[in-house]
Design a protein around this ligand. Structure first.
Ligand code: CTP
Ligand code: MG
Length: 227
């Protein structure tokens, strides 16, 4: 199987409110993007990596790819306004041999080898697989600040990346719903009425979104570098 990984790093990091681009913030002395690239580059089943950047972080990210010798990165492309537009930039340049497409957020540095393997295997079997963890919190739906109802936590999952698809499926879903706003890739596939399978992710696979997340990310990075 020819597996392509797409690493999305073209966001503006507006909620993170930092002068340094989010993929380039240092975690235990290494830039955030180097963690996910190390996991993807070192995975024996990943054949190529496409990194999607923006005009502001492009040169900084290119520098890190060279510094750490991430040899499987064969394309770096400029993304778009929405996350799915950035995905579109990468889908356009997929290797012709690609059969499976793994999509990952650079904002999640701590993906591990097992979740990559499990998602690739499930996507090969069923077409679409996403990493997820059971929701720990009590989630309520509200109108303004007035609680409408409490959702049943037992069937709620917090969905992460990687999200992995057979190439034909993600291309079809992307093209069909190019005008619909979505926050993850699997939503496009769900809209086509296709089944998306959840693969057990990790609570360490956090997304760095707001400044508070950095405290946790530093702690996880220190632990990872320790082992
Ligand atoms: N992303 C992207 N292109 C976009 C928007 C997001 O490649 N137009 C990527 C981000 O770089 C990130 C991932 O999608 O790795 C998840 O997005 P998010 O956490 O929302 O990051 P940002 O969009 O950068 O942050 P914000 O929404 O606060 O601006
Ligand atoms: Mg965003």
């Amino acid at each position: 199987m020819f597996n392509t990984a797409i690493l999305l790093a073209a966001g503006r990091g507006e909620r993170f409110k930092s002068r340094t681009a989010k993929p380039l913030i240092k975690l235990s002395n290494r830039p955030a993007i180097a963690y996910s690239l190390k996991a993807l580059n070192g995975h024996p089943k990943i054949k190529e990596i496409i990194v999607v950047v923006n005009r502001l972080n492009c040169s900084g990210i290119l520098r890190q790819i060279r510094k750490y010798k991430f040899s499987k990165v064969n394309k770096v492309v400029i993304g778009g306004k929405r996350r799915q537009d950035s995905l579109g930039s990468a889908l356009k340049v997929l290797d012709k041999r690609a059969q499976i497409v793994l999509i990952h957020d650079a904002a999640r540095p701590f993906l591990n080898r097992k979740v990559i393997t499990d998602c690739l295997n499930e996507a090969r079997r069923s077409g679409a697989a996403v990493a997820g963890v059971p929701v720990k919190a009590t989630i309520k739906q509200a109108i303004g600040l007035k609680v409408k109802k409490t959702l049943d936590r037992s069937d709620l999952w917090e969905i992460q990346t990687p999200q992995v698809f057979r190439k034909d499926l993600i291309l079809k879903a992307y093209n069909k719903f190019v005008r619909t706003d979505v926050t993850d890739d699997a939503s496009l596939v769900e809209k086509m009425g296709r089944t998306v399978k959840i693969v057990s992710g990790s609570y360490f696979n956090i997304k760095i979104t707001t400044p508070e997340d950095l405290v946790l990310a530093e702690a996880i990075a220190a632990k990872i570098n320790d082992i």
